[in-house]
Write a protein that binds this ligand. Structure first.
Ligand code: FAD
Length: 557
């Protein structure tokens, strides 16, 4: 096969037009193109009046056409032999694996992919998840959002089957350019577990909340069918370490006192497992502080974003609701050196309560697969530095300073929201003018946050330098998206769980903890991933490291 990339067609074209475009681009004789297969399709909207679709395709050609084209287009970067992106497992269990059963903690994308890969390689992993199975978790979380159930610190937007991304937009792309074989492996497994096959070919694929719940169940079924085991309500509260200088991992203890022995533990607890971080810190597991960002969620009418991005083509069925990505590097006296960026933008989505701790308010965004809600929402966040965090650290506990910082501002937001899990909110015009919100301005966006909003001021809910940086960025963003700084856009606080506030340090190739052999920190919580796709990929990589370690010949005892 040959891979042809960057083939542009106008928005309105037929399947026959695509075939003609391939034939013309490569000057093929009739009949030489046997078939073509879509690899990726993206949108080029740089010229709003002439939006085009950009194709990457694999081509199967007749007879000697392949060799001829490779010669003729030798200097053309957009025609190449199709790369081999198949994923190949690194090891295979030899059948004597019962005593060596690896344990995985956390049923998020990282933990589920680590368990799936271990199971596919022939080990029969045991996966422990503190939360509930996805159906019960959905009832708890949506019940809380809709005001029918009390907040449950054990079952919420962060904790339970599927992890933090279960009730989300389910965007499946990452900032990091990972090896294509890993990306392909994750996407194919998601499709096998029930995701729409279009995630394999869209440039910016997403799954959406209710489909994610199905996919999560599908992943569990695949792990179990291969001999793995998934247990819920299993809260790991302690690591058991061997006596002696090398502190080798010997097992874990659960909240009910049960001890489970293992010599290989994949720890994928997500960025919100504060009690787990505290426990690891108490045991002296190697960790360091890590940068993260905090800010607010902003909501606009989706139509405003569509118009800015797609112009007259807004509403075209091939485009769907538009996304955006914004960055501003601050220049003001009080803000210089800071930056503001949009985070986890959800087209046609909802803002949701994403706390996992009582007495805290945390925002995040989610959407259904159709992305049909009226509002676009996005985090607007400002990275915080080690100096910002320093006042929150205890002597000897610097790695936990970020966690204390997050908790402090989440509690401030809880109080400003009225102490009943409503979130503090402010209209953008009031925010820029520095006055508390009372009356809704004309054309005010109706906020989607559940359990509800309390209008007032965001002052005191976030550090002043964060609010000032966002104030500076809003008019700049309005130059990119006309209307972005509209008076009635809505800001809801606080967005604090953008990534892990610490990193569990690990060996660069063995991937186990720097000072606790047998412990494999993984995913977003370990500070080694950010987002669903990269957490899943890290899960695969750590599963490979565990498998290689399990294959190592045992030292004579
Ligand atoms: P998690 O998904 O956080 O999973 C960790 C799991 O470990 C949890 O289920 C938790 O209950 C369990 N656990 C924790 N501690 C213990 C313990 N001590 N014992 C047993 N179990 C434990 N990312 C995207 O890429 N795209 C998006 O569209 C997107 N939207 C999001 C929307 C929301 C509302 C939220 C909250 C997050 C969103 N994210 C999104 C982020 C994404 O969900 C995370 O990056 C990803 O889930 C991290 O995967 P993980 O497996 O490392 O950790």
């Amino acid at each position: 096969m040959l891979r042809l990339s960057e083939l542009k067609l106008p928005l309105d074209h037929s399947a026959a037009d695509l075939e003609v475009a391939i034939t013309q681009r490569l000057r093929l004789a009739p009949g030489e193109l046997r078939r073509h297969q879509l690899v990726k399709r993206s949108v080029d909207a740089r010229r709003r009046g002439a939006i085009s679709l950009v194709y990457c395709l694999d081509l199967e050609l007749e007879g000697g056409a392949r060799r001829r084209l490779l010669r003729r287009f030798a200097g053309d970067p957009h025609l190449r032999p199709t790369p081999d992106c198949r994923y190949r497992p690194v090891a295979r269990a030899d059948g004597s694996s019962e005593a060596l059963r690896p344990v995985v903690v956390g049923a998020g994308p990282c933990g589920y992919f680590a368990a799936l890969l271990l199971a596919q390689m022939g080990w029969r992993p045991l996966l422990l998840e503190r939360g509930k199975v996805v159906k019960e978790r959905t009832a708890d979380t949506f019940g809380f959002w809709q005001g029918r159930r009390r907040f449950d610190p054990g079952s919420n937007a962060q904790f339970g089957e599927g992890g933090a991304g279960t009730f989300s937009d389910g965007k499946l792309y990452s900032q990091v350019s990972e090896e294509p074989a890993y990306i392909r492996k994750v996407l194919e497994e998601l499709v096998a577990a029930g995701a729409d096959p279009d995630i394999l070919t869209l440039h910016h694929p997403h799954i959406g909340t209710f489909k994610l719940a199905t996919v999560v169940r599908g992943l569990r079924a695949r792990i179990e069918a291969l001999g793995g085991e998934v247990r819920f309500g299993q809260h790991v509260v302690e690591l058991l370490l061997e006596d002696g200088a090398d502190r080798r991992l010997a097992g874990v203890r659960l909240a009910d006192g049960t001890a489970i022995t293992t010599r290989h533990l994949v720890l994928a607890p997500g960025h919100s497992a504060r009690d787990t971080f505290q426990m690891l810190h108490g045991l002296g597991v190697a960790m360091e502080p890590k940068a993260f960002a905090v800010g607010v969620r902003i909501e606009h009418p989706q139509a405003l974003v569509d118009l800015a991005r797609w112009g007259e083509a807004a509403g075209h069925p091939r485009l769907g609701p538009a996304e955006y990505k914004l960055v501003h590097h601050c220049k003001g006296d009080a803000t210089a050196g800071r930056s503001v960026y949009s985070f986890c933008m959800c087209p046609g989505g909802l803002v949701v309560g994403a706390t996992s701790e009582e007495g805290c308010v945390v925002t995040n965004g989610m959407s259904q697969h159709s992305r049909r809600e009226r509002n676009a929402n996005s985090g607007l966040v400002v990275p915080v530095t080690q100096e910002d965090l320093a006042p929150y650290g205890q002597p000897g506990g610097e790695a936990l300073a970020g966690m204390a910082f997050q908790r402090h501002w989440e509690q401030q937001a809880f109080r400003a929201g009225g102490g009943d899990y409503r979130a503090p909110a402010q209209w953008l015009g009031d925010f820029l003018a520095g006055r508390a919100s009372q009356e809704a301005p004309p054309e005010a966006v109706e906020g989607s946050y559940r359990p509800g909003l309390r209008f007032g001021s965001l002052d005191g809910c976030l550090p002043d330098y964060v609010l000032e940086a966002i104030r500076e960025a809003l008019p700049v963003f309005a130059r990119r998206i006309p209307g972005y700084a509209m008076e009635g856009a809505l800001l809801t606080g606080v967005e604090t769980r953008t990534s892990s506030p610490l990193r569990l340090q690990r060996h660069p190739t063995r991937l186990d903890s720097l000072n606790t052999p047998g412990l494999f920190p993984a995913g977003e919580g370990g500070g080694h991933a950010g987002g669903i796709l990269s957490a899943a990929i890290d899960g695969i990589k750590v599963a490979e490291a565990v498998a290689l370690s399990l294959c190592e010949p045992a030292l004579p005892g």
